[in-house]
Design a protein. Structure first.
Length: 226
């Protein structure tokens, strides 16, 4: 019987624990956008999006769409977001200027593959020959900290954390940490370090689903969401 893995919401909840008060955060499409719903109490985060907004709120829930859906208030993934007092708008060039100027503290990005060196590939879908780079390269190169959010394996159970990426890179040596549905891994000069495992999982079981060789942290612990 296959062991239980964390939900996409639980992955986002764990990542949100990395946010700090006053941080400027950019959230990629998919699991990353869910992080805005789990920011710890007492933490104020300023969200940035490539299409030209700063200081907006989390993604609008399905229940609130009738009231808050506004085509002029969407993130880079086209999702409606809540307005907040003090939020501001600017053109695309200024938005990318914020990124390239190193003003984004944390960028949470989806992952197709990441290798043991922390190289990230997340824009070209394997076998399809199509992709959409968006602001991914700029964020991966210029944000102060990059956190990956993904399931640990593909739908056919192939590892996403590999020895060498097989698809075009978004950026080399950019990943600081990745949170998957079974593990939290930090990338260091010595290699990827397994810091946390999902409840009920062992380091050996995580390694079985990981192509890259993991360094097991001396203080390895279970992922805590609260």
């Amino acid at each position: 019987m296959e062991k239980e893995r964390l939900s996409r919401e639980a992955i986002a909840m764990r990542i949100a624990k990395e946010f700090f008060d006053g941080a400027v955060v950019n959230l990629g499409i998919g699991i990353p956008t869910l992080c805005s719903s789990f920011v710890p109490e007492g933490i104020e985060v300023t969200y940035h999006t490539e299409n030209g907004m700063l200081g907006f709120g989390p993604v609008v829930t399905d229940e609130d769409k009738a009231k808050w859906a506004d085509i002029d208030l969407t993130n880079a993934g086209g999702q409606y977001v809540y307005p907040k007092p003090g939020m501001c708008f600017f053109n695309h060039a200024d938005s990318f200027g914020i990124i390239r100027g190193g003003r984004v503290d944390i960028s949470v990005l989806g992952v197709l593959e990441v290798n043991e060196k922390g190289d990230l590939a997340n824009w070209m879908f394997p076998g399809r020959g199509v992709g959409n780079i968006g602001g991914g390269m700029d964020l991966a190169f210029c944000a102060k900290r990059i956190i990956g959010a993904t399931e640990h394996t593909t739908k056919d159970n192939k590892p996403k954390i590999v020895k060498q990426c097989s698809i075009p890179l978004t950026a080399p040596h950019c990943m600081d940490m990745i949170v998957t549905d079974i593990a939290v891994i930090k990338f260091t000069a010595k290699g990827p370090v397994l810091k946390e495992v999902a409840p009920g999982w062992t380091a050996a079981e995580v390694q079985e689903l990981t192509e890259a060789k993991l360094i097991i942290a001396e203080d390895l612990k279970e992922i805590e969401l609260l």
